[in-house]
Design a protein around this ligand. Structure first.
Ligand code: PLP
Length: 375
């Protein structure tokens, strides 16, 4: 049975402000990277309190660019949780390096740093920590491991724009943090991402690599007298953000805090409702510091049947994520045993969460879940 109107698992909140902002770009006739992108970067820097933000076209390219810029190369190993989006893994593979899959903590779905530590070898150059659902990983512990083993700590903060860790906004506690502004993130550019760092040297490398290894970007060139001149000085990609995407992001900036507060309220409401239901296990949350991206629970019931039931009743739910070590293409990296990941992923399910959700919609989700689990 197909329901008439589907409650989506996630969707962006868009209005006339975003359209007006894009209209401004049209009026300038400069669609590529330009003043809107630089203004967006400035806004990110102010909002996060970070020195440098380099805007790119997706969260995945942010990770690729970050890894390339800290020197990850063929033959290196990068430790990364298996339970993450493929966008955390493909950039490692693209550089010819090997993803070494590690475990997650079953109650937060964040990286199990002790397990990650055990998987470090002579070839390990970095650990990618994923702030799952927006909740910060234990960065003190991660940085301690990085220091002790002389390896880089890269933050996949795709879920965590606006979240805090010990009172400080998540940006780049280690060398680099990578954000996503894809359509379902707390702030969207349509598609987009950025890398943040506090290192001027790294920021320069990131900027060059983002635009084909060219020493100065197009916009800057056209402002110069010798406007035709450019030099390719390093390996690079065409990963820069466009003015059109930046314009959407700029309009979203004004509403980001409102989006986050609304999603926080929904998460609390869901938790309060579900906590007394036998058969549902809630994740451990930090309500104060987390700007929630998704809402994931663990259920003991048959998950496939649950997903079908929700879908049949007009509610879209999902699984964040199918572990990467069991994905056909990544099996070649022959992960060592991951019993926690393999148990937990079969139980997780993500329910709808977006800032425009109405009370009627959240009530419908809550009641359907309860009905199924208690049946
Ligand atoms: C954990 C994680 N890392 C990386 C990415 C990649 O971001 P993008 O979709 O902007 O490429 C995502 C996207 O959802 C993600 O969830």
């Amino acid at each position: 049975m197909k329901a008439k109107s589907l409650i989506q698992i996630a969707k962006p909140s868009l209005g006339k402000e975003e359209l007006e902002s894009v209209r401004k770009v049209f009026r300038t006739c400069w669609l590529g990277m330009g003043s809107f992108v630089y203004e967006f970067e400035k806004k990110i820097q102010e909002y996060l309190g970070v020195k440098y933000a380099i805007a790119v076209n997706t969260g995945t390219t942010a990770i690729h660019l970050a890894l390339a810029s800290i020197g990850i190369k063929a033959g290196d190993e990068v430790v990364v949780p298996s339970l993450t989006f493929a966008g955390s893994i493909q950039p490692i593979v693209a550089l010819g390096a090997r993803p070494v899959f590690c475990e997650i903590e079953p109650d937060t779905l964040n990286i199990d740093l002790e397990d990650a530590r055990k998987r470090i070898t002579k070839k390990t150059r970095a650990i990618i920590v994923v702030h799952y659902g927006g909740m910060a990983c234990d960065m003190d512990k991660a940085l301690k491991i990085g220091k002790r083993y002389k390896i880089r700590i890269v933050e996949d903060a795709a879920h965590a724009f606006g979240s805090f860790y010990n009172g400080r906004k998540i940006d780049s506690f280690g060398d680099v943090a990578c954000f996503s502004f894809d359509p379902i993130k707390n702030l969207t550019c349509g598609e987009g991402g950025c890398v943040t760092t506090s290192s001027a040297r790294l920021a320069e490398i990131l900027r060059r690599k983002r635009l084909l290894g060219i020493s100065k970007d197009t916009w800057a060139r056209y402002k110069n007298k010798k406007s035709w001149f450019y030099e390719v000085v390093t390996e690079g990609y065409r990963y820069h953000m466009s003015n059109v995407n930046a314009a959407i992001g700029l309009a979203q900036f004004k509403k980001a805090e409102k989006f986050i507060q609304k999603k926080k309220r929904i998460v609390r409401d869901y938790d309060n409702f579900f906590k007394s239901i036998n058969g549902i296990e809630l994740l451990k949350r930090n309500y104060r510091e987390t700007a929630p991206f998704n809402y994931t629970i663990r259920i003991k019931a048959n998950r496939d049947k649950f997903i079908k039931y929700m879908q049949d009743n007009g509610v879209s739910v999902g699984v964040n994520y199918i572990p990467n070590h069991i994905q056909p293409f990544f099996r070649r990296f022959k992960a060592k045993r991951l019993p926690v990941t393999e148990k937990v992923w079969k139980e997780i399910v993500s329910l709808p969460l977006y800032s425009d959700m109405t009370v009627k919609e959240t009530e419908k989700v809550k009641n359907l879940v309860k009905k199924f689990i208690e049946a």
